[in-house]
Unconditional design. Structure first.
Lengths: 226, 226
DNA sequence: CAGCGCTTGTGACCGCGTGCACAAGCGCGG
DNA sequence: CCGCGCTTGTGCACGCGGTCACAAGCGCTG
C-alpha cells in the first residue's frame, strides 16, 4: 500500500467534501429560482428547495466567499455564476461512455446527461459486433482505440457501464490514457490511483440498503400516514 | 442522508448507517469468495475485496455479532448467511418501476437488478401511449392503477425513473399506496414523510462533483458514496 | 440620522465515524 | 500440555460535519 502523499501545496480555499456534494443541489435550486426572475434568495428559501437546512446552506456558501448581503439574502444571478464557476460548469467537459449494454445506451440517449457542460464525445465497447453501430449521433468504437480517442477529443470524464468483470480493465485503460475522473456504474469495486477521482453509482447496493431498512422497519401499530 | 428517527424505543442491536452502507460490499465480496469454495476469510482479505480497510471490516461485522474465530477468520458460508439475513436478502422484494423512458426501460431490462431477492413486478407510466406496451415480460400499466397494484402485488420498493417534474407526484402516490422504500433517479429533490426511506441516484450531481474535482485538480479520497 | 427588523456569517459544541494499537483468544506444533 | 503465531474484537483518541445561537451588518423608515 503506497503511503499517502503529504499536501505540499496548502490550498487557500479548500471546500469540504460534504459541501461539494451539496453544491449541485444548490445549483439546481438556483436555476429554478432564476427562471422565475427572482432577484434575491434567502438561505431559508434555498434550503427549502435543496432539501437541506438553512444553517448548512449558509455555511456551505460561506466557503465559496461572502456573496450574501445581510438583511437581504443572496443575489440569485451572481450566486448562480459563482456556484457554476466553482463546479466547473462554465467549461465544456468531454465525456466517454464505456460499455453499451442497456444501461450504456440509456445513458447515451439520456438528455439531462449532457444538459450543462457535459458532452458525450465517444462510445466505446469491447464487443466487435457492437462496434460500428450508431447510437444517437455517435458510432460505437473499439476499446483498442480508447487511448487515441481520449487524446484527440480531450476526454475528461469516463463513464463505465460495462459488466462487472470488465470494469477494472476498462478503468485501467482510462487511467493509462490520462482520464482523471471516472464514474463507475458497474457493480464491482474498482481501484484507481489516488490522483484519479472515482465515484460510483451502484443499483444493487442501493436496493440492498433499502431492503435493510425495510426489513428493520419498526412495526409501529397504525401510525397515521401523512 | 436520511435523518435518524428518535430512539423512543431503544433498539437492541442498532447498526450504524455507515456500516449498513458497506454491508452490500461485503456481501458481494463474500459471494465471490464462496464461489471459489474457500472455507474461511480474514478481515484483511475481505477488506481487499471490498475496497475498505481491515479495521473497518472487523468493526462492521462485530455489529452483526461475533461471527469470527480469532486466529482463523470468518466462516464464509456462515457469514454470507448472516449478512444476507441482515440485509433482508433471504426474502423476496417486489419492485415497481415508475416511468419508462430510456432509463426506466434500461432498469427493467437490467439483469443484475433482480439478481438477488429483488423482483420487478410492475411497470407504470403516466403516458397513455406507453400503457399497454410490453417491456420484457411485463406490460406497462397506467399510474392510476398504482394503488391497487401495490396492494395486490405487495410492492415494497418503488423506483422512480420519471422526468424531474413528475417525480414528487409519483412519490406521493407511492407513499399514499403504502410503499415505504423509494429509490429516486429523477434529478430533483423529493420529499417524503420520515417513516419512508428514500435514497437517490443522481447522474447530474455525480458528474458535477467530478467536474469540481477535475477543475480543482486536487486528489480526493476515494470515498464510497453509498 | 437613529432605530429597528431581517438575514448573513461564524464561533462553539457535540456526536458519529475512522483508524490505531493492543489485549483476548483460538488452533497448531513440538 | 505448553508456548507461539495469527486474527479477531474493541477501547481510545481524533477529526469532520452538523446544529445552534448570536453577533455583525445591511437597508428601510420615520
Amino acid at each position: 500500500m503506497p503511503r499517502r502523499e503529504e499536501p505540499d501545496i496548502p490550498e487557500a480555499r479548500l471546500i469540504p467534501e460534504a459541501t461539494v456534494a451539496r453544491l449541485p443541489l444548490y445549483y439546481r435550486a438556483l436555476l429554478e429560482i432564476a427562471d422565475q426572475s427572482i432577484g434575491t434568495v434567502s438561505s431559508e428559501q434555498l434550503a427549502e428547495l435543496a432539501g437541506v437546512n438553512a444553517a448548512k446552506v449558509r455555511k456551505d456558501l460561506s466557503h465559496l466567499g461572502s456573496y450574501g448581503t445581510r438583511g437581504v439574502g443572496y443575489d440569485v444571478e451572481h450566486l448562480v455564476g459563482e456556484v457554476s464557476r466553482e463546479l466547473g460548469l462554465t467549461r465544456d467537459w468531454p465525456v466517454a461512455i464505456l460499455g453499451l449494454g442497456n444501461l450504456g445506451r440509456a445513458l447515451a440517449n439520456y438528455r439531462g446527461f449532457g444538459a450543462r457542460g457535459f458532452r458525450i464525445v465517444a462510445l466505446v465497447d469491447a464487443d466487435p459486433d457492437k462496434v460500428g453501430q450508431a447510437v444517437g449521433d455517435l458510432t460505437i468504437e473499439p476499446v483498442e482505440a480508447l487511448s487515441s480517442i481520449v487524446a484527440q477529443r480531450r476526454v475528461a470524464i469516463g463513464v463505465i457501464a460495462t459488466p462487472a468483470p470488465a470494469a477494472q480493465a476498462v478503468a485501467d485503460r482510462l487511467v493509462a490514457a490520462g482520464v482523471a475522473s471516472i464514474l463507475n456504474f458497474a457493480p464491482t469495486v474498482v481501484v484507481v490511483p489516488p490522483e484519479v477521482t472515482l465515484r460510483k453509482v451502484d443499483l444493487a447496493t442501493e436496493l440492498q440498503i433499502l431492503s435493510f431498512y425495510q426489513q428493520h422497519r419498526r412495526r409501529v401499530p397504525d401510525r397515521a400516514r401523512v
